[in-house]
Design a binder for this molecule. Structure first.
Ligand code: IPE
Ligand code: IPE
Ligand code: MG
Length: 254
C-alpha cells in the first residue's frame, strides 16, 4: 500500500500539495500558457493536438483559482504575433474559444465566473468573436472570479492605442500634456478596471514575456516552470502560489 502511494506521488512532477496560506492569496494571477506545440511534438502528434489538450487544462485551473479566492485570472490565449503561424494552426486556434465555451460556459455560469476579454477582438473571425462575446454577455452579472482572456492581445499595441487616444484628447484641447500621468495611461489600457497582476506564471521553460502586459506587471512576482501547458494542473498552481507567498514584495521600499 505504502509502496503504491509512493509510486503515485512520484508520478507527479511536484512532490505534494504544499500548504497554502489562505490570507495571502494573489488577487490577480496572469498566465502565459506556453508549450502546447512541444507537448504534441514529444508525443509525435500534430501541434493542434497540443492546443486541444491545453484547452482542457483551463477548466481545472479556473476552478482551483476560484476555490482559493483569486479575484482575477488572466490567460494569454493568442498574441498579436501568433498570426505569423501557419494558417491551419491559426484557424484551429480560432475555433478553440467556441469549442471551449460550448462545453464550459454552463460550468462557468455554475461557478459564478465572469468572462472578460482583452485584445483586438474586432479583428478576430466572426465565429470566434460571436462565441467570446456571447460568453461575456451571459456571464456579465456573475460576481465570482473574473476570467480575463487575452485574445489577439499585444502589450505594445495596447500602449500605442492608449497613447493615440490620449493624444487625440490633447489635440482637441480637452486634456493638457501636463495632465498625462501613470493613472491616466493605466485608465486607457485594456485592463483599465482591473488591478495589476500579483503573480505572473509562464509554463514551458521560456523565460520571456512575449509582449504580455508590459505595463501592468511592473511589480508582479514571476514564477516560471518547465512544465508544458497541457501537463499543468491545479497542483502546479498551488506550487506557484506557495512560492509567491514566500516572496517579500517591497515595491522599491525596504
Ligand atoms: C502556447 O503554446 C499556445 C499559443 C501560443 C497559442 P505554443 O503553441 O506556443 O507551444 P510551443 O511554444 O510551440 O511549444
Ligand atoms: C506567447 O507564447 C503567447 C501565448 C502563450 C498566447 P509564444 O509561444 O507565442 O511566444 P514566443 O514566440 O515563444 O515568444
Ligand atoms: Mg510557444
Amino acid at each position: 500500500m505504502l509502496e503504491k502511494l509512493t509510486k503515485w506521488r512520484k508520478s507527479f512532477p511536484i512532490q505534494e500539495t504544499k500548504k497554502i496560506d489562505e490570507v495571502n492569496i494573489p488577487k490577480h494571477i496572469a498566465i502565459i500558457m506556453d508549450g502546447n506545440g512541444r507537448w504534441a511534438k514529444q508525443k509525435g502528434l500534430p501541434r493542434i493536438a497540443g492546443h486541444r489538450e491545453g484547452m482542457k487544462v483551463i477548466n481545472k485551473v479556473v476552478r482551483r483559482a476560484n476555490e482559493l479566492g483569486v479575484e482575477i485570472l488572466t490567460l494569454y490565449a493568442f498574441s498579436t504575433e501568433n498570426w505569423k503561424r501557419p494558417k491551419t494552426e491559426v484557424d484551429y486556434l480560432m475555433k478553440l474559444p467556441e469549442r471551449f465555451l460550448s462545453v464550459e460556459l454552463p460550468k462557468l455560469m455554475e461557478e459564478n465566473v465572469k468572462v472578460r476579454l482583452m485584445g483586438s477582438i474586432e479583428n478576430l473571425p466572426e465565429h470566434t468573436r460571436n462565441a467570446v462575446n456571447k460568453a461575456v454577455k451571459e456571464t456579465a452579472n456573475n460576481s465570482g472570479l473574473i476570467l480575463n482572456f487575452a485574445l489577439n492581445y499585444g502589450s505594445r499595441f495596447e500602449i500605442v492605442e492608449a497613447m493615440k487616444r490620449i493624444s487625440e484628447q490633447i489635440e482637441q484641447g480637452t486634456l493638457t500634456a501636463n495632465e498625462v500621468d501613470e493613472n491616466l495611461l493605466t485608465a486607457h489600457l485594456m485592463t483599465s478596471e482591473l488591478r495589476d497582476p500579483d503573480l505572473l506564471i509562464r509554463t514551458s521553460g521560456e523565460i520571456r514575456l512575449s509582449n504580455f502586459m508590459l505595463w501592468q506587471i511592473a511589480y508582479s512576482e514571476f514564477w516560471f516552470t518547465d512544465v508544458l501547458w497541457p501537463d499543468f494542473s491545479e497542483l502546479h498552481l498551488d506550487e506557484a502560489i506557495t512560492v509567491y507567498q514566500k516572496r517579500a514584495r517591497r515595491y522599491g521600499g525596504v
